[in-house]
Design a protein around this ligand. Structure first.
Ligand SMILES: [Zn+2]
Length: 246
């Protein structure tokens, strides 16, 4: 009788041990199927808030397929438009089986900016700071970085009539334009629309197009719901990932 009881206790102990082992193992190896293989992803600070810069620039490198051709995304040129920047940063690392290797250049302006819906009287100091950081730190790395394409992520307050979600290259006839048109044609909700006015073009997308790296803007209306912003951003991510490069 006593022996039987010992056996029962032993059995219970074994079950508890196995359960604990499995639990600990699961905690150590969270389910990776929702993320792409991000073992190659690195982060690098390329500008660190010096007195003259008023901001930082960080690069998140090797998202997607680290052995494939490289594409750059840029967020934060206009700090006011940070809702779309956060949307890209949230979604791109979650997309599985990307064809290309992605680096995201993240500009963080530390002073004088606001966000849509919480507008400061004047957001222009932050705008200028972001543009200056783009030209000084992001442009040289992208133009020398063997990228097939650069996509500059922005948002707007609804100033473009029927056009809420669109891509465009500020340089007509550029390769950047043809990639932008291709993305528009292969997506349901992204138009190709060149407003022929940008403040930031001369700081990034114009010199990139003129010096061998095709580049286009992505613009999203800040006042649509986050669900729709997510949907449009995923359309962009997939369309860019399906572009063909020579
Ligand atoms: Zn902008």
């Amino acid at each position: 009788m006593l022996k039987k009881r010992y056996l029962l206790i032993l059995l219970i102990l074994i079950i508890i041990s196995v359960y604990a082992f499995v639990s600990i193992n699961q905690m150590a190896n969270p389910d990776k199927t929702t993320l792409n293989d991000n073992s190659a992803v690195t982060r690098e600070i390329i500008a660190n808030n010096s007195a003259e810069d008023l901001g930082t620039v960080e690069v998140i490198k090797n998202i997607g397929n680290p052995n494939a051709k490289k594409i750059a995304y840029v967020v934060g040129v206009h700090p006011l438009e940070n809702d779309t920047h956060k949307t890209l940063l949230k979604l791109l690392p979650t997309v599985a089986d990307l064809n290309y290797c992605y680096d995201i250049y993240v500009i963080n302006v530390t002073e004088d900016f606001s966000g849509y819906g919480e507008l400061l009287p004047d957001d222009s100091p932050g705008r200028e700071t972001g543009q200056n950081l783009a030209l000084k730190y992001v442009y040289p790395q992208i133009v020398n970085g063997r990228y097939e394409l650069a996509v500059d992520i922005h948002a707007h307050g609804g100033a473009y009539g029927d056009y809420n979600t669109f891509v465009f290259s500020p340089v007509d006839g550029s390769v950047g334009e043809s990639y932008g048109r291709n993305v528009s044609q292969s997506t349901e909700n992204i138009s190709y629309y060149n407003p022929y006015f940008t403040t930031s073009g001369p700081y990034l997308t114009i010199p990139l197009n003129e010096h061998g790296v095709p580049a286009f803007y992505f613009e999203e209306n800040s006042f649509i719901s986050q669900d729709i912003k997510d949907k449009h951003m995923l359309e962009l991510i997939h369309a860019v990932d399906n572009l063909k490069f020579d």
